[in-house]
Design a protein around this ligand. Sequence first.
Ligand code: LMR
Length: 396
Amino acid sequence: MFENIPQAAPDPILGLTEVYNADPNPEKINLGVGIYQDEQGKTPVLTSVKRAEDLILKQEQSKSYLPIPGSPDYAKAVQTLLFGEDSALRSEGRLFTAHTPGGTGALRVAGEFLKTKTDADTVWLTVPTWPNHGPIFQAAGMKVETFAWFNAETHSFDADAALAAIEQIPEGDVIVLHGCCHNPTGCDPTAEQWRQIAEAVSRRGLMPVMDFAYQGFATGIEEDAVGLRIVAEVCPELIICSSFSKNFGLYRERTGAVTFVTKDADTQGRLASQAKLVVRTNYSNPPSHGGSIVATIFSDQELIAQWHEDLKEMRERLNGMRSLLVSNMASLQSARDFSFVEQQRGMFSMLGLSKEQVAEMGEKHSIHMVGSSRINLAGLSTSNIERFCQALASVL
Ligand code: LMR
C-alpha cells in the first residue's frame, strides 16, 4: 500500500532548518524559520515564563483532561490580550475562545468550522502570505484565492490595490488579514487604512479571519491590537487566530487560540456547541502546559510586568537589527536602498532578491533565508551583520 507514495517537497520554512543544520560552515547564518534569537543566537525561555513554570510545578494538582475549549482562565487571558480588560464584547457574551495547538491549530479549526458549519467555501489570502495558510485552508476543504496586498517596488503595503481587490471578492467569502507584523512583508496598514479595509470587508459581507501571531512585536500589546479592534468595531462577526509562540516564546508548547466574535450571546452559545465538535474530532481537547503558563502570567501583576519587559527586549532587538542592516548597507554604498527595512515591523522583511540571489546567499555565503527572500531579523546580530551585509551587497 505504501510503495507508490511519492516524495513530498520539503516545507518551504521548516525545511530550511534541515538545510541550515547540514551546512558545515561555522559562520553560517540562519534567517529562515520565525524563531526569536538573542544576540548570542539562543532562543531563551522568557523570565516571566520560567517564573510561571515554577509556580505551576508547585501548584499543579492533576493531569486530567482539560475541557474541550481549554481552561476558562486561559480564554480570559486571550480575550484580554485581544480586546482589553473591560471588553464590551466579553461582557455582552459575544466571545467564544478555544485553546488550540498553536496558531496553526487555530487556523485549521477556523477553516474546518467555516467549511462544515457555514455556507462559506472560499478563503482569500494576501499576496504574499505565510506559505502554510493556503495548505491549511485547503486541508480543511476550502478553496483558496488571493488578493493584492504588497507593492514589491516600493516595499510597502499597497492600500489602493488591496481595497480595490477586496471590493471584487464575492459576498460570503472569507478573508484572512494579518493582525500586525504581516508575515512575510512586515508591512501593516495605518489605523485609517484598517478602517477602510474593515468598512470594505463589512460592505462586501465577508467573514474576516485575523491571523494574530505577533502581538507586541511591532510597537506594544495595545498598539498592535488597533487593527483588530477596528475590524471588530466595524464587523459584527469575525474569527481571530492567536499564536503565543513568538510573544511568549512558547513555540514547542503549541499554544494558540481561536476566538469567535458573534453578533449576540445567543449565537455565541450555538456556535460554541458546534466549534467544540470540530475540536473534539480533531484533537479532542488541548495540551495544558502552554495555556497554564499564559494564564498564570495573567493571574499576577508582577508576572505581567515581567512579561512586558521580556517582550520589549525582543522587540527592541529586532528593531535595532533593522536599523543596523540599513546603516551597514548604506555604508557599503549599496546600489539598492534598503531603508524600507526600518519602516517595517515584526520578525520579517522581504529583501526583494531573485530566486538565484537567494540560492547564492545560501550556497556561496551560508546565509539561509526563505525562497521569497524573507529574512528573520532575529537571526542577525552585531557579530554577523557585517558579514551578512557584505554577502548581500555581493549578490546584488
Ligand atoms: C514562520 O513563518 O517562520 C513561523 O510562523 C514558523 C512556521 O511555522 O512557519
